[in-house]
Design a protein around this ligand. Structure first.
Ligand SMILES: NC(=O)c1ccc[n+]([C@@H]2O[C@H](COP(=O)([O-])OP(=O)(O)OC[C@H]3O[C@@H](n4cnc5c(N)ncnc54)[C@H](OP(=O)(O)O)[C@@H]3O)[C@@H](O)[C@H]2O)c1
Length: 321
């Protein structure tokens, strides 16, 4: 079948490992379903996979894509939940030590067909197109959990999102706005800050800019490049929720500020199946549409990867079958 895959780890030149071609049709184990993929979105995770980060070398070649939307054999339209763990695990699946995301152990969604455990295929809301639904399983689910499960922020409080145009950032802006938070955003260029404003941000700032007042919570995926700004942005008792470190981890965690102002730093990863179901319902009932910055056929996937590698995002990058 047709697939977009990684041939081998390529730490310094990730796109050198990107291949667009044929992979074997998957066999469907008991309890799993085959999903005919209509759309899937690109995540930074796919670039990490090409670099060999978070995946064992013996798992290559690996079909990329850790979210998506498609159709089951009986015609049911579904959205993928990418977190796959021990079927006997009870409770929060993201805490199962054996859990992996699609593309870490099991083949991903940038293909004609992807297989997942039956419980990982959720009904697609009618109000979301396949391309929109394909944004939900990774970036949007991560943003939902950061904001509504981990941060403890209330409507009316102020949240700062580091980065304006990325998948997780745009989701945080749209979700925060819809939930009644005051949304402040940093962006690296005027164009990216304008996008944040268009998505509903109440104020936008250059990266590292002094803010007019301290905020209740900061949402971090950037890491080293923005971390000290995030620490300085918080009110006493404020919280940073962190789910990524695109620019690298920061070795100086600013510990004095952390304990003296009684700040909290909380990690967050993906989300549970139930949280994805709630996110889908929230988007459907509130009429929230994920911002898609670029949409292209799977055959042109290399262009999408290049855009993300160059930092040229304007919302999610979606591939369609
Ligand atoms: N833990 C999890 O479950 C989980 C899930 C999803 C993503 N993540 C992680 O979250 C990160 C973002 O993923 P994504 O898919 O949203 O990527 P993306 O779409 O490529 O977005 C990257 C974002 O990072 C910002 N950024 C990058 N380098 C920066 C720098 N030097 N200074 C300031 N801002 C910078 C960009 O800001 P501008 O808009 O200003 O360019 C942009 O908003 C990745 O590290 C990814 O691995 C983790």
């Amino acid at each position: 079948m047709f697939a977009v895959y990684a041939t081998a780890p390529s730490p310094d030149d990730p796109l050198a490992a990107l291949e667009i071609g044929d992979r074997p049709e998957p066999e469907v184990p008991d309890g799993w379903v085959a999903v005919s993929v209509k759309a899937a979105s690109l995540n930074m995770h796919d670039l990490w996979t090409l670099r060999g980060v978070g995946i064992k070398a013996e798992r290559f070649p690996m079909i990329l894509g850790c979210d998506g939307a498609g159709v089951l054999a009986d015609g049911t339209e579904v959205v993928l939940h990418s977190v796959i763990g021990d079927p006997a695990w009870a409770g929060d699946e993201t805490l199962d030590p054996t859990r992996t995301l699609l593309t870490e152990k099991h083949q991903g969604s940038f293909a004609d067909t992807v297989i997942v455990p039956a419980r990982n295929a959720l009904p697609k809301p009618e109000g979301l197109s396949f391309a929109e639904a394909a944004c939900m399983g990774t970036a949007w689910l991560t943003a939902y959990r950061m904001l509504f499960v981990k941060s403890g922020l209330r409507p009316g409080q102020t949240m700062l999102v580091q980065g304006a145009s990325g998948g997780v950032s745009t989701a945080l802006i749209e979700l925060g706005k819809a939930a009644g938070l005051r949304v402040w955003v940093t962006g690296r260029t005027e164009e990216k800050r304008a996008l944040a404003t268009e998505l509903g941000a109440h104020a936008v700032f250059e990266s590292g800019a002094r803010l007019p007042e301290k905020v209740d919570g900061v949402f971090e995926t950037v890491g080293k490049a923005t971390w000290s700004h995030s620490m300085r942005a918080l009110k006493p008792g404020g919280i940073i929720v962190v789910s990524g470190s695109t620019s690298g981890p920061d070795p100086s965690a600013d510990l004095q500020r952390l304990f003296f102002l009684q700040l909290r730093v909380v990690g967050s990863t993906m989300g549970t199946r139930d949280e994805l179901a709630d996110l889908l319902r929230f988007c459907d009932t509130a009429g929230i549409k994920p911002r898609i910055g670029a949409e292209m056929p799977f055959k042109q996937a290399r262009d999408g990867f290049q855009q993300m590698l160059d930092g040229e995002t304007a919302g999610k990058i979606v591939f369609t079958g």
